[in-house]
Design a protein around this ligand. Structure first.
Ligand code: PLI
Length: 469
């Protein structure tokens, strides 16, 4: 008999993720008392956007511009070429957008909505319809300001928080065909495709769905423009969930995905790991000429678009870091970790757990608060009071009013977004966050709704104010 020794190894798919970085610099977080937080909320009209960041301990308001930059990015800031025209950092950014996203022509903008503004001006005429896979706040407002009407063509599953469809960001081609039949393709300047879909819970679009969309659009001569803000997270979900992509890198999937579209806009403040920046990109030279001309009116010269040279350098480097498979696995893994913790305690969240945030279903959390008493806004306030954790409402307040009827839009999704900045917080921060949410859950029967006492005209969720009752 031989004394056989077997090597034992963990299955690669069962290994825990860990952040592929270590911490070099820290920023203090301030703990506050419940009394202080109650006072802060009263003073700011129960709107977490109006809190001072100093009064927040763990800031999960957004993943936008809140990433920690790497040592390479910080070093890149010192390479800023602050020439008014032709900065070398612009050429670095252009080369990396071309290399990783695959578009031919690139125009920088100060952030995503700067690019959305230009895209809307370039493509939309009054009376047009812009189909999209669920609205996004700033995207839709620019479409409306240009005279267009947004038409939601996302699959029905996206509106159901409990539905576990793996690609809830997909376009329902039947809905799009109906729209084309109803208004005619000449009044549809492009399909506005978000991937992942923020308002649906960070849900992805599959490669197959995009290919099918492409065939339909080709038949009608309609371009597809991608909101690439979180396209790398989308590529990761394709790698994890879609047949045939398990062996491909996120970078390869991203390139393939973008190649099926005609152009793109980007808030680099998310995937790209920078604190400010954006761009738009197209393959059509005439559209590029138009964008290059418009950007000088609204943002700055076409080689800086409202950014400093150093910001473009940080973006160029951030693109390289953002497509790294280990980075994205840890990033989405952290979101999953928080979501699983809440699920384990029976707290209702949007399923599947998304790429950039855990979305709590306020309709099931506070079923006794009617939607026009703003249950998600109230829950975001209560989570702040419990633990100094800042989150945001993504429900009736964010949806705004219908410009024709003036009535509240009442989305089926009434959510609180617990958004995880990239490379900023530890697993212990996630534990503390989950515990604060659990305390709000224990006391859910005592919660009360809110009344809106101030409402700005555009994007009201940023500045609206509320009172209890
Ligand atoms: O915040 P901007 O202007 O850089 O980007 C606007 C924007 C466009 N598209 C998508 C999908 C976004 O998520 C987005 C901004 N999102 C914010 C600020 C957020 O908190 O989700």
């Amino acid at each position: 008999m031989t004394d056989e020794k077997r090597v034992r190894r963990r299955d690669a798919t069962k290994k825990s993720w860990a952040e592929p970085w270590k911490v070099k610099m820290v920023e203090p977080a301030r703990w506050t008392t419940r009394e202080h937080r109650e006072r802060c909320l009263e003073e700011t009209g129960f709107n977490t956007f109006l809190l001072r960041s100093e009064d927040v301990t763990i800031d999960l308001l957004t993943d936008s511009g809140t990433s920690a930059m790497s040592d390479r990015q910080w070093a890149g800031l010192m390479l800023g070429d602050e020439a008014y025209a032709g900065s070398r950092n612009y050429y670095h950014l252009e080369a990396n957008v071309q290399k990783y996203y695959g578009y031919r022509y690139v125009v920088p903008t100060h952030q995503g909505r700067g690019a959305e503004h230009l895209i809307a001006k370039m493509f939309i005429k009054p009376g047009d319809f812009i189909p999209g896979n669920m609205y996004f706040t700033t995207t839709r407002v620019h479409q409306e300001l240009a005279g267009g009407t947004f038409a939601d063509v996302i699959v029905d599953e996206a509106h159901d928080p409990a539905n576990e469809h793996p690609f809830k960001g997909n376009v329902d081609l039947g809905k799009l065909e109906d729209l084309i039949a109803r208004v005619g393709s000449r009044r549809i300047p492009y399909v506005s495709l978000g991937a992942t879909v923020n308002m649906a819970g960070g849900q992805p679009v599959s490669m197959q769905n995009l290919r099918d969309l492409r065939s339909l659009c080709d038949r009608h001569g309609i371009p597809i423009l991608l909101d690439a803000t979180r396209a790398i997270e989308n590529a990761y979900f394709i790698q994890q969930r879609e047949g045939g992509y398990g062996g491909k890198s996120v970078a390869e999937i991203l390139l393939e995905f973008c190649s099926i579209t005609d152009g793109s806009w980007m808030s680099a403040k998310k995937d790209t790991l920078v604190n400010i920046g954006g761009w738009l990109a197209v393959n059509d030279v005439e559209k590029f000429d138009e964008a290059r001309n418009l950007v000088v009116v609204f943002e700055g010269l076409h080689t800086y678009g409202g950014l400093a040279g150093r910001d473009m350098e940080a973006m160029a480097i951030g693109i390289e870091e953002s497509v790294d498979d280990d980075h994205i696995r840890a990033r989405v893994g952290q979101v999953e970790y928080l979501g699983q913790k809440l699920l384990g305690w029976g707290i209702p969240i949007v399923l599947p757990i998304g790429g950039h945030a855990v979305f709590i279903d306020a309709k099931r959390f506070y079923p006794h608060i009617p939607q026009d008493h703003f249950p998600a806004q109230a829950l975001a306030a209560d989570i702040y009071i419990e633990g100094g954790i800042r989150t945001m409402e993504r429900g009736i307040v964010s949806a705004g009013r219908d410009p024709e009827t003036g009535r509240h839009r009442s989305p089926r999704l009434e959510l609180v977004r617990v958004t995880i900045p990239r490379r900023v917080y530890t697993q212990a921060h996630m534990d503390v966050t989950a515990e604060a949410i659990e305390e709000a859950w224990w006391n859910r029967d005592l919660a009360t709704g809110l009344r809106m006492i101030y409402e700005p005209k555009y994007l009201r969720f940023f500045q609206a104010r509320f009172q209890r009752g």
